[in-house]
Design a protein around this ligand. Structure first.
Ligand code: NDP
Ligand code: GDR
Length: 344
Protein backbone atom coordinates (compact mmCIF):
# COMPACT_ATOMS: atom_id res chain seq x y z
CA UNK A 1 0.00 0.00 0.00
CA UNK A 2 1.41 3.39 -1.03
CA UNK A 3 1.67 6.01 1.70
CA UNK A 4 1.10 9.73 1.16
CA UNK A 5 1.42 12.61 3.60
CA UNK A 6 -0.89 15.53 2.81
CA UNK A 7 -0.17 18.65 4.85
CA UNK A 8 -3.13 20.90 5.71
CA UNK A 9 -5.86 18.22 5.81
CA UNK A 10 -8.35 20.77 7.18
CA UNK A 11 -8.09 22.79 3.94
CA UNK A 12 -10.09 22.64 0.71
CA UNK A 13 -7.59 20.94 -1.61
CA UNK A 14 -6.33 18.43 0.94
CA UNK A 15 -9.86 17.15 1.53
CA UNK A 16 -10.43 16.46 -2.17
CA UNK A 17 -6.92 15.04 -2.63
CA UNK A 18 -7.36 12.72 0.37
CA UNK A 19 -10.63 11.48 -1.15
CA UNK A 20 -8.89 10.85 -4.48
CA UNK A 21 -5.89 9.02 -2.98
CA UNK A 22 -8.03 6.89 -0.64
CA UNK A 23 -10.02 5.86 -3.72
CA UNK A 24 -6.77 4.76 -5.34
CA UNK A 25 -5.90 2.56 -2.36
CA UNK A 26 -3.36 4.82 -0.64
CA UNK A 27 -2.85 5.09 3.09
CA UNK A 28 -3.25 8.84 3.63
CA UNK A 29 -1.64 10.71 6.52
CA UNK A 30 -3.33 14.08 6.80
CA UNK A 31 -1.67 16.67 8.98
CA UNK A 32 -3.44 19.39 10.95
CA UNK A 33 -2.18 22.01 13.36
CA UNK A 34 -3.38 22.22 16.90
CA UNK A 35 -6.18 24.76 17.34
CA UNK A 36 -8.53 25.35 20.28
CA UNK A 37 -11.44 23.91 18.31
CA UNK A 38 -11.22 21.30 15.58
CA UNK A 39 -12.23 22.10 12.02
CA UNK A 40 -12.64 18.81 10.18
CA UNK A 41 -15.90 19.83 8.46
CA UNK A 42 -14.49 19.36 4.96
CA UNK A 43 -13.43 15.72 5.39
CA UNK A 44 -16.73 15.18 7.22
CA UNK A 45 -18.71 16.59 4.26
CA UNK A 46 -16.83 14.21 1.95
CA UNK A 47 -17.53 11.41 4.47
CA UNK A 48 -13.94 10.25 4.62
CA UNK A 49 -13.12 11.30 8.19
CA UNK A 50 -13.63 7.75 9.50
CA UNK A 51 -12.01 5.99 6.52
CA UNK A 52 -9.80 3.17 7.81
CA UNK A 53 -6.87 4.34 5.68
CA UNK A 54 -7.05 8.00 6.68
CA UNK A 55 -4.78 8.86 9.59
CA UNK A 56 -4.78 12.32 11.13
CA UNK A 57 -1.69 13.70 12.79
CA UNK A 58 -0.71 16.94 14.40
CA UNK A 59 1.99 18.92 12.63
CA UNK A 60 2.90 22.58 12.37
CA UNK A 61 4.74 23.55 9.20
CA UNK A 62 7.09 25.92 11.02
CA UNK A 63 8.38 23.17 13.31
CA UNK A 64 11.40 21.59 11.61
CA UNK A 65 11.74 18.90 14.27
CA UNK A 66 8.18 17.73 13.57
CA UNK A 67 8.93 17.54 9.83
CA UNK A 68 11.76 15.12 10.64
CA UNK A 69 9.63 13.17 13.08
CA UNK A 70 6.59 12.62 10.83
CA UNK A 71 8.69 11.66 7.82
CA UNK A 72 10.84 9.34 9.91
CA UNK A 73 7.79 7.71 11.54
CA UNK A 74 5.62 7.34 8.44
CA UNK A 75 8.24 6.74 5.73
CA UNK A 76 5.89 7.99 2.99
CA UNK A 77 6.23 7.46 -0.77
CA UNK A 78 4.80 10.88 -1.57
CA UNK A 79 4.32 14.19 0.23
CA UNK A 80 1.84 16.80 -0.98
CA UNK A 81 2.62 20.10 0.72
CA UNK A 82 -0.73 21.86 0.62
CA UNK A 83 -0.63 23.61 3.99
CA UNK A 84 0.01 27.35 3.92
CA UNK A 85 -1.16 30.70 5.18
CA UNK A 86 -3.07 30.89 1.91
CA UNK A 87 -5.11 34.08 2.18
CA UNK A 88 -3.48 36.90 0.18
CA UNK A 89 -5.29 39.65 2.11
CA UNK A 90 -4.02 38.44 5.50
CA UNK A 91 -0.46 38.15 4.19
CA UNK A 92 -0.28 41.97 4.14
CA UNK A 93 -1.09 42.17 7.87
CA UNK A 94 0.94 39.06 8.83
CA UNK A 95 3.91 39.06 6.43
CA UNK A 96 6.43 37.37 8.72
CA UNK A 97 4.08 34.57 9.78
CA UNK A 98 3.22 34.07 6.10
CA UNK A 99 6.91 33.88 5.14
CA UNK A 100 7.58 31.34 7.89
CA UNK A 101 4.59 29.11 7.17
CA UNK A 102 4.22 29.43 3.42
CA UNK A 103 7.90 29.84 2.53
CA UNK A 104 10.12 28.22 5.18
CA UNK A 105 7.46 25.55 5.86
CA UNK A 106 8.17 24.00 2.46
CA UNK A 107 11.93 24.16 3.01
CA UNK A 108 11.57 22.32 6.35
CA UNK A 109 9.94 19.41 4.54
CA UNK A 110 12.54 19.41 1.76
CA UNK A 111 15.37 19.33 4.32
CA UNK A 112 13.75 16.40 6.11
CA UNK A 113 13.31 14.53 2.80
CA UNK A 114 16.94 15.17 1.80
CA UNK A 115 18.20 13.88 5.15
CA UNK A 116 15.88 10.93 5.72
CA UNK A 117 15.09 9.58 2.27
CA UNK A 118 15.68 11.52 -0.98
CA UNK A 119 13.51 8.96 -2.81
CA UNK A 120 10.32 10.47 -1.35
CA UNK A 121 8.39 12.37 -4.03
CA UNK A 122 7.44 15.95 -3.13
CA UNK A 123 4.65 18.13 -4.50
CA UNK A 124 4.72 21.88 -3.79
CA UNK A 125 1.48 23.87 -4.06
CA UNK A 126 2.69 26.84 -6.09
CA UNK A 127 0.36 29.53 -7.33
CA UNK A 128 -0.54 31.94 -10.10
CA UNK A 129 -0.06 34.69 -7.47
CA UNK A 130 3.68 34.30 -8.26
CA UNK A 131 2.97 35.94 -11.68
CA UNK A 132 1.46 38.96 -9.91
CA UNK A 133 2.06 41.96 -12.15
CA UNK A 134 1.93 39.76 -15.20
CA UNK A 135 4.66 39.74 -17.83
CA UNK A 136 2.69 37.76 -20.44
CA UNK A 137 -0.88 36.87 -21.34
CA UNK A 138 -1.67 34.01 -20.87
CA UNK A 139 0.81 32.92 -18.17
CA UNK A 140 2.71 29.66 -18.68
CA UNK A 141 5.60 27.77 -17.06
CA UNK A 142 7.95 30.15 -18.92
CA UNK A 143 6.42 33.42 -17.68
CA UNK A 144 8.67 35.36 -15.25
CA UNK A 145 7.38 36.01 -11.73
CA UNK A 146 6.55 39.38 -10.17
CA UNK A 147 4.68 38.64 -6.93
CA UNK A 148 2.46 41.41 -5.52
CA UNK A 149 1.91 40.26 -1.93
CA UNK A 150 3.90 38.76 0.97
CA UNK A 151 2.02 35.54 0.16
CA UNK A 152 3.22 35.60 -3.46
CA UNK A 153 6.79 36.34 -2.33
CA UNK A 154 6.74 33.41 0.13
CA UNK A 155 5.38 31.08 -2.56
CA UNK A 156 8.14 32.12 -4.99
CA UNK A 157 10.68 31.16 -2.30
CA UNK A 158 9.04 27.76 -1.77
CA UNK A 159 8.81 27.20 -5.54
CA UNK A 160 12.52 27.88 -6.11
CA UNK A 161 13.48 25.85 -3.04
CA UNK A 162 11.59 22.91 -4.57
CA UNK A 163 13.39 23.25 -7.90
CA UNK A 164 16.72 23.77 -6.17
CA UNK A 165 16.35 20.55 -4.14
CA UNK A 166 15.40 18.71 -7.32
CA UNK A 167 18.49 19.98 -9.15
CA UNK A 168 20.92 19.72 -6.23
CA UNK A 169 19.94 16.42 -4.65
CA UNK A 170 18.06 14.67 -7.46
CA UNK A 171 14.84 14.60 -5.42
CA UNK A 172 11.59 14.02 -7.32
CA UNK A 173 10.34 17.47 -6.28
CA UNK A 174 7.69 19.03 -8.53
CA UNK A 175 5.76 22.27 -8.45
CA UNK A 176 2.20 22.77 -9.64
CA UNK A 177 1.48 26.42 -10.48
CA UNK A 178 -2.24 26.35 -9.90
CA UNK A 179 -4.62 29.13 -10.83
CA UNK A 180 -7.59 29.87 -8.55
CA UNK A 181 -9.74 26.84 -7.86
CA UNK A 182 -12.91 26.88 -5.87
CA UNK A 183 -15.62 24.53 -4.63
CA UNK A 184 -18.36 24.23 -2.04
CA UNK A 185 -15.47 23.47 0.37
CA UNK A 186 -13.77 26.84 -0.25
CA UNK A 187 -13.18 29.03 2.79
CA UNK A 188 -15.61 31.95 3.14
CA UNK A 189 -12.82 34.54 3.21
CA UNK A 190 -12.15 33.93 -0.51
CA UNK A 191 -14.22 35.97 -2.93
CA UNK A 192 -16.16 33.23 -4.77
CA UNK A 193 -17.43 31.54 -1.62
CA UNK A 194 -18.09 34.90 0.03
CA UNK A 195 -20.28 35.70 -2.99
CA UNK A 196 -22.11 32.36 -3.20
CA UNK A 197 -22.78 32.29 0.55
CA UNK A 198 -24.14 35.86 0.44
CA UNK A 199 -26.25 35.15 -2.63
CA UNK A 200 -27.71 32.15 -0.83
CA UNK A 201 -28.46 34.27 2.27
CA UNK A 202 -29.95 37.13 0.22
CA UNK A 203 -32.20 34.71 -1.70
CA UNK A 204 -33.37 33.24 1.64
CA UNK A 205 -34.01 36.68 3.15
CA UNK A 206 -31.18 36.27 5.70
CA UNK A 207 -28.94 39.11 4.41
CA UNK A 208 -29.57 42.47 2.67
CA UNK A 209 -26.35 43.54 0.99
CA UNK A 210 -23.08 41.97 -0.17
CA UNK A 211 -20.00 44.19 0.26
CA UNK A 212 -16.95 43.57 -1.91
CA UNK A 213 -13.60 45.15 -2.81
CA UNK A 214 -12.05 45.29 -6.28
CA UNK A 215 -14.75 44.27 -8.77
CA UNK A 216 -12.45 44.52 -11.80
CA UNK A 217 -9.89 41.89 -10.80
CA UNK A 218 -9.85 39.08 -13.37
CA UNK A 219 -9.27 35.49 -12.36
CA UNK A 220 -8.99 32.11 -14.06
CA UNK A 221 -11.32 30.08 -11.80
CA UNK A 222 -11.63 26.28 -11.93
CA UNK A 223 -13.10 23.50 -9.79
CA UNK A 224 -10.81 22.22 -6.99
CA UNK A 225 -11.76 18.58 -7.55
CA UNK A 226 -10.44 18.75 -11.13
CA UNK A 227 -7.20 20.32 -9.87
CA UNK A 228 -6.30 17.69 -7.26
CA UNK A 229 -6.38 15.11 -10.07
CA UNK A 230 -3.67 17.26 -11.71
CA UNK A 231 -1.59 17.27 -8.51
CA UNK A 232 -1.70 13.48 -8.40
CA UNK A 233 -0.68 13.21 -12.07
CA UNK A 234 2.23 15.62 -11.51
CA UNK A 235 3.76 13.16 -9.03
CA UNK A 236 3.12 10.18 -11.34
CA UNK A 237 4.91 11.81 -14.33
CA UNK A 238 8.14 10.29 -15.71
CA UNK A 239 10.24 13.08 -14.23
CA UNK A 240 9.89 15.95 -11.77
CA UNK A 241 8.79 19.18 -13.42
CA UNK A 242 6.77 22.39 -13.22
CA UNK A 243 3.19 22.48 -14.52
CA UNK A 244 0.56 25.19 -14.83
CA UNK A 245 -2.99 24.01 -14.06
CA UNK A 246 -5.65 26.47 -15.27
CA UNK A 247 -8.80 26.67 -17.37
CA UNK A 248 -7.56 29.25 -19.88
CA UNK A 249 -10.62 31.46 -19.29
CA UNK A 250 -10.70 34.65 -17.24
CA UNK A 251 -13.62 36.64 -15.79
CA UNK A 252 -13.99 39.62 -13.46
CA UNK A 253 -15.26 39.44 -9.88
CA UNK A 254 -18.31 41.37 -11.18
CA UNK A 255 -18.97 38.62 -13.77
CA UNK A 256 -18.90 36.02 -11.00
CA UNK A 257 -21.40 38.05 -8.96
CA UNK A 258 -23.73 38.23 -12.00
CA UNK A 259 -23.40 34.49 -12.51
CA UNK A 260 -24.13 33.66 -8.86
CA UNK A 261 -27.26 35.86 -8.77
CA UNK A 262 -28.42 34.29 -12.07
CA UNK A 263 -28.35 30.92 -10.29
CA UNK A 264 -31.15 32.24 -8.02
CA UNK A 265 -32.88 33.97 -10.95
CA UNK A 266 -31.94 37.54 -10.01
CA UNK A 267 -30.59 39.88 -12.71
CA UNK A 268 -28.22 42.64 -11.60
CA UNK A 269 -27.92 46.13 -13.04
CA UNK A 270 -24.61 47.91 -12.31
CA UNK A 271 -24.08 51.65 -11.93
CA UNK A 272 -21.42 54.03 -10.55
CA UNK A 273 -17.67 53.53 -10.66
CA UNK A 274 -14.96 52.20 -8.31
CA UNK A 275 -15.98 52.76 -4.66
CA UNK A 276 -19.31 54.28 -5.77
CA UNK A 277 -20.29 51.18 -7.76
CA UNK A 278 -23.51 49.41 -6.78
CA UNK A 279 -25.44 46.44 -8.13
CA UNK A 280 -29.24 46.54 -8.05
CA UNK A 281 -31.93 43.94 -8.53
CA UNK A 282 -33.36 44.73 -11.99
CA UNK A 283 -36.86 43.69 -10.91
CA UNK A 284 -37.32 45.91 -7.83
CA UNK A 285 -34.37 48.35 -7.86
CA UNK A 286 -33.12 47.11 -4.47
CA UNK A 287 -29.36 47.56 -3.87
CA UNK A 288 -27.81 44.13 -3.36
CA UNK A 289 -24.08 44.80 -3.88
CA UNK A 290 -21.91 47.67 -2.64
CA UNK A 291 -18.19 48.30 -2.96
CA UNK A 292 -16.36 48.80 0.33
CA UNK A 293 -12.73 49.97 -0.03
CA UNK A 294 -11.83 48.17 3.20
CA UNK A 295 -11.57 45.04 1.04
CA UNK A 296 -9.03 46.64 -1.34
CA UNK A 297 -5.45 45.34 -1.10
CA UNK A 298 -2.27 47.47 -0.90
CA UNK A 299 -1.17 45.92 -4.22
CA UNK A 300 -3.49 44.00 -6.51
CA UNK A 301 -3.08 41.25 -9.08
CA UNK A 302 -5.25 42.58 -11.91
CA UNK A 303 -5.38 39.81 -14.47
CA UNK A 304 -4.69 36.09 -14.32
CA UNK A 305 -5.25 33.68 -17.16
CA UNK A 306 -3.28 30.46 -17.41
CA UNK A 307 -2.07 28.39 -20.33
CA UNK A 308 -2.55 24.71 -19.33
CA UNK A 309 -1.10 23.30 -22.59
CA UNK A 310 1.92 21.57 -21.03
CA UNK A 311 -0.23 19.76 -18.43
CA UNK A 312 -2.59 18.73 -21.19
CA UNK A 313 0.21 17.46 -23.48
CA UNK A 314 2.30 15.64 -20.86
CA UNK A 315 -0.20 14.66 -18.16
CA UNK A 316 -3.38 14.46 -20.25
CA UNK A 317 -4.91 16.86 -17.69
CA UNK A 318 -7.72 19.28 -18.49
CA UNK A 319 -10.14 21.30 -16.35
CA UNK A 320 -13.50 19.63 -16.92
CA UNK A 321 -15.96 21.82 -15.01
CA UNK A 322 -17.17 25.11 -16.51
CA UNK A 323 -17.33 28.27 -14.40
CA UNK A 324 -21.12 28.32 -14.75
CA UNK A 325 -21.35 24.73 -13.43
CA UNK A 326 -18.96 25.53 -10.57
CA UNK A 327 -20.78 28.71 -9.56
CA UNK A 328 -24.19 27.03 -9.58
CA UNK A 329 -22.84 24.06 -7.56
CA UNK A 330 -21.51 26.48 -4.92
CA UNK A 331 -24.73 28.52 -4.72
CA UNK A 332 -26.89 25.39 -4.38
CA UNK A 333 -24.63 24.00 -1.66
CA UNK A 334 -24.73 27.32 0.26
CA UNK A 335 -28.51 27.49 0.03
CA UNK A 336 -28.72 23.99 1.56
CA UNK A 337 -26.23 24.85 4.31
CA UNK A 338 -28.00 28.08 5.21
CA UNK A 339 -31.37 26.35 5.28
CA UNK A 340 -29.87 23.78 7.66
CA UNK A 341 -28.24 26.45 9.86
CA UNK A 342 -24.67 25.38 9.05
CA UNK A 343 -22.24 28.28 9.30
CA UNK A 344 -19.03 26.94 7.72
P1 NDP B 1 -6.79 26.37 2.51
O1 NDP B 1 -6.59 27.74 3.03
O2 NDP B 1 -8.17 25.83 2.38
O3 NDP B 1 -5.97 25.34 3.45
C1 NDP B 1 -4.72 25.67 3.98
C2 NDP B 1 -4.34 24.63 5.01
O4 NDP B 1 -3.07 24.98 5.57
C3 NDP B 1 -5.31 24.50 6.19
O5 NDP B 1 -5.45 23.14 6.50
C4 NDP B 1 -4.58 25.22 7.30
O6 NDP B 1 -4.93 24.80 8.59
C5 NDP B 1 -3.15 24.80 6.99
N1 NDP B 1 -2.15 25.61 7.70
C6 NDP B 1 -2.08 26.95 7.79
N2 NDP B 1 -1.03 27.29 8.55
C7 NDP B 1 -0.44 26.14 8.96
C8 NDP B 1 0.68 25.84 9.78
N3 NDP B 1 1.43 26.79 10.34
N4 NDP B 1 1.02 24.53 9.98
C9 NDP B 1 0.27 23.56 9.43
N5 NDP B 1 -0.80 23.78 8.65
C10 NDP B 1 -1.15 25.06 8.43
O7 NDP B 1 -6.00 26.27 1.14
P2 NDP B 1 -6.41 25.54 -0.24
O8 NDP B 1 -6.82 24.18 0.03
O9 NDP B 1 -7.25 26.46 -1.02
O10 NDP B 1 -4.99 25.53 -0.98
C11 NDP B 1 -4.06 24.48 -0.78
C12 NDP B 1 -2.66 24.98 -1.12
O11 NDP B 1 -2.62 25.39 -2.48
C13 NDP B 1 -2.20 26.19 -0.31
O12 NDP B 1 -0.82 26.06 -0.12
C14 NDP B 1 -2.49 27.38 -1.22
O13 NDP B 1 -1.62 28.43 -0.94
C15 NDP B 1 -2.21 26.74 -2.57
N6 NDP B 1 -2.94 27.30 -3.70
C16 NDP B 1 -4.31 27.38 -3.64
C17 NDP B 1 -5.02 27.81 -4.73
C18 NDP B 1 -6.51 27.93 -4.70
O14 NDP B 1 -7.06 28.61 -5.58
N7 NDP B 1 -7.20 27.27 -3.78
C19 NDP B 1 -4.33 28.19 -5.99
C20 NDP B 1 -2.90 28.01 -5.94
C21 NDP B 1 -2.25 27.56 -4.84
P3 NDP B 1 -6.11 25.51 9.43
O15 NDP B 1 -7.39 24.89 8.94
O16 NDP B 1 -5.77 25.14 10.83
O17 NDP B 1 -6.04 26.97 9.15
P1 GDR C 1 -6.80 35.33 -4.52
O1 GDR C 1 -8.29 34.97 -4.07
O2 GDR C 1 -6.29 36.55 -3.85
O3 GDR C 1 -6.79 35.32 -6.01
O4 GDR C 1 -5.98 34.10 -3.93
P2 GDR C 1 -9.45 35.82 -3.41
O5 GDR C 1 -10.68 35.05 -3.67
O6 GDR C 1 -9.14 36.21 -2.02
O7 GDR C 1 -9.46 37.17 -4.30
C1 GDR C 1 -9.70 37.16 -5.69
C2 GDR C 1 -9.87 38.58 -6.19
O8 GDR C 1 -11.11 39.10 -5.70
C3 GDR C 1 -10.90 40.42 -5.24
N1 GDR C 1 -11.92 40.77 -4.25
C4 GDR C 1 -12.08 40.20 -3.05
N2 GDR C 1 -11.43 39.19 -2.45
C5 GDR C 1 -11.84 38.80 -1.22
N3 GDR C 1 -11.23 37.78 -0.63
N4 GDR C 1 -12.88 39.41 -0.58
C6 GDR C 1 -13.57 40.46 -1.14
O9 GDR C 1 -14.50 40.99 -0.57
C7 GDR C 1 -13.16 40.86 -2.45
N5 GDR C 1 -13.61 41.79 -3.31
C8 GDR C 1 -12.87 41.72 -4.40
C9 GDR C 1 -9.48 40.36 -4.65
O10 GDR C 1 -8.97 41.69 -4.49
C10 GDR C 1 -8.78 39.54 -5.70
O11 GDR C 1 -8.38 40.34 -6.78
C11 GDR C 1 -6.47 32.77 -4.04
C12 GDR C 1 -5.96 31.97 -2.83
O12 GDR C 1 -6.56 30.70 -2.83
C13 GDR C 1 -4.45 31.80 -2.91
O13 GDR C 1 -4.03 30.91 -1.88
C14 GDR C 1 -4.10 31.21 -4.27
O14 GDR C 1 -2.70 31.07 -4.38
C15 GDR C 1 -4.63 32.09 -5.39
O15 GDR C 1 -6.05 32.19 -5.23
C16 GDR C 1 -4.34 31.52 -6.76
Amino acid sequence: MKKAIITGITGQDAAYLAELLLGKGYAVYGTYRRTSSTNFWRIEELQIEKHENLHLLEYDLVDLSSAFRIINDIRPDEIYNLAAQSFVGVSFSQPIATANITGIGALNLLEAIRTINPKIKFYQASTSEMFGKVKAIPQSEETPFHPRSPYGVAKVFAHWATLNYQESYDIFASSGILFNHESPLRGKEFVTRKITDSVAKISLGMQDVLELGNMNAKRDWGFAKDYVEGMYRILQADKPDVFVLATGRTETVRDFVDMAFKAVEIDIEWSGEEEKEVGKNVKNGKTLIKVNPKFYRPAEVDLLIGDPKKANDILGWKAKTTLEELCEMMVISDIERNKNGKSY
